[in-house]
Design a protein around this ligand. Structure first.
Ligand code: ADP
Ligand code: ADP
Ligand code: MG
Length: 456
């Protein structure tokens, strides 16, 4: 392992807004950046911003951003000391982290063993149980076939949720309402998991309704672990997050401490080193929470936590990977005010969220007090059709929740993205519903109530 002071250059193995985010952190730390890119991203913002660039292949992710050999070769040829994987792509790939280790390149993330343990969702649940953290009733690990699933479902009761152990990004899940649907759903879900993640293994959980998604941001460096409060990500569509906020409008101080302590306990149990997120389900009716999964990477919505704590999570993640340790203590973390994030996607909400790539004729960023926009957009940029449709995120801070919402209202009107359809106005409608305003939403609110009204 290289000494921290020897770190001069970081390779960024990602694209879009998160690549820009990482480049900015490196610039402030005085570290040079090497941006790898696919042919489709030749004119993208991170490629324009980085100190050095190298093309690693054609548009298709499999031939570029997911090609371990090409990325490692680029790091070796261009003498990068470390690799930041961002989110998605290779960020939770243990084999990639291992290849970095073999070549004495620092992987900015947890150890391959941690990724293996916590990145595999069924294993992570077992470890959480071991650590005494509540989990949703369900299977004890992988279920081999639908008959095995049926006997567990019989015990815990329908509806149940089939989940891919390698799943992520809201994919590879199936709700099963009764026994009659189980066999077909099992086949479908394992097929989908196989093609999306290269791993068909499934586990199952009781499907809970009227729940909220609450997650805890953690940092661990081998000596200490600390948490930076929670994010509430209950506004979702198809199990994918749309709006995130911190603090949660429904969590009491007592529950905040309880969930935060559970997250720390789990991190200690697996000796977690890096930035990570412990995702939980909260049932507001009973105030019970259940561990759901851990993401062993930086998350899309990390800026919400940065805005209320003042801690730069990407810099801390880099510091930890370089062996410098976390720069703060738990006592120094104070949550101040309220922050909300709206994801802006190149999608047409009116047409079942159909992706809408193309040329952005004009981009104008929102600004002013408490407004942050993380994006790779610029006027004239052509959004390629090959990747995730996330264009950027607007994050607004306010001294309280109402002010944060009003500021978001303003920012969503101020931002200008001309030429392609985006979810900007859909998001504006969503944050102004009485349900969101009063903090009374659940993870099915968008799909069950909001969407049909919006489309009218
Ligand atoms: P977050 O968990 O950070 O809120 P998402 O769940 O939206 O973010 O995932 C972030 C990105 O990573 C998305 O592009 C998503 O499709 C991708 N992603 C997440 N998990 C996986 C996975 N296991 N395999 C492939 N892509 C993934
Ligand atoms: P991913 O790895 O794709 O992020 P998660 O396990 O984190 O998958 O679940 C994504 C979302 O699916 C959650 O935020 C929640 O809305 C929903 N979900 C997951 N598990 C359950 C459950 N047992 N009951 C009801 N909804 C669930
Ligand atoms: Mg998740």
């Amino acid at each position: 392992m290289k000494k921290p002071q020897a770190i001069k250059k970081i390779l960024i193995a990602n694209r879009g807004e998160i690549a820009v985010r990482i480049i900015r952190a490196c610039q402030e730390l005085g570290i040079k950046t090497l941006q790898v890119y696919s042919e489709a991203d030749r004119h993208s913002l991170p490629v324009l911003m980085a100190d050095e660039i190298v093309c690693i292949g054609p548009a298709r992710s499999r031939d570029s951003y997911l090609d371990i050999k090409k990325i490692i070769s680029a790091a070796l040829v261009y003498k990068a000391d470390a690799i930041h994987p961002g989110y998605g792509f290779l960020s939770e790939n243990a084999e990639f982290a291992e290849c970095c280790e073999k070549e004495s390149i620092i992987f900015i993330g947890p150890s391959p063993q941690s990724i293996r343990m916590m990145g595999d969702k069924a294993t992570a649940i077992r470890l959480a149980k071991e650590a005494g953290i509540p989990t949703t009733p369900g299977s004890d690990g992988i279920v081999g076939d639908y008959q095995a699933a049926a006997s567990i479902a019989e015990k815990i009761g329908y509806p149940i949720l089939l989940k891919a152990t390698a799943g992520g990004g809201g994919r590879g899940m199936r709700i099963v309402q009764d026994k009659g649907q189980l066999e077909a759903a099992f086949m479908e879900a394992s097929q989908e998991a196989k093609s999306a993640f290269g791993n068909s293994s499934l586990y199952l959980e009781k499907y809970l309704s009227n729940i909220r998604h609450i997650e805890v941001q953690v940092l661990g460096d081998g000596n200490k672990v600390l948490h930076l409060g929670e994010r509430d990500c209950s506004l979702q569509r198809r199990n994918q997050k749309l709006v995130e906020e911190s603090p949660s409008p429904v969590l009491s101080e007592k529950m905040r401490v309880k969930i935060g302590n559970a997250a720390l306990k789990l991190c200690r149990h697996v000796n977690y080193r890096s930035a990570g997120t412990i995702e939980c389900i909260l049932d507001p009716a009973t105030n019970e929470f259940y561990f759901m999964e851990m993401n062993t990477r930086i998350q899309v919505e990390h800026p919400v936590t940065e805005m209320v704590t003042g801690v730069d999570l990407v810099k801390e993640q880099i510091r930890i990977a370089l062996g410098q340790g976390i720069s703060i203590t738990q006592d120094q973390i104070q949550m101040r005010g309220h922050a909300i994030e709206c994801r802006i996607n190149a999608e047409s909400a009116e047409n079942d969220f159909r992706p809408n790539p193309g040329r952005v004729n004009e981009y104008f960023a929102p600004g002013g007090f408490g407004v942050r926009m993380d994006t790779h957009l610029y006027s004239g940029y052509v959004v390629p059709p090959y990747y995730d449709s996330l264009l950027g995120k607007i994050i607004c801070w306010g001294s309280n929740r109402d002010e944060a919402i009003e500021r978001m209202n303003r920012a969503l009107l101020e931002v200008k993205i001309d030429g392609i359809e985006t979810t900007r106005l859909f998001q504006r409608n969503l944050i102004n519903t009485p349900e969101f305003r009063t903090g009374k939403v659940h993870t099915r609110f968008v799909q069950d109530s909001f969407l049909s009204n919006y489309l009218k």
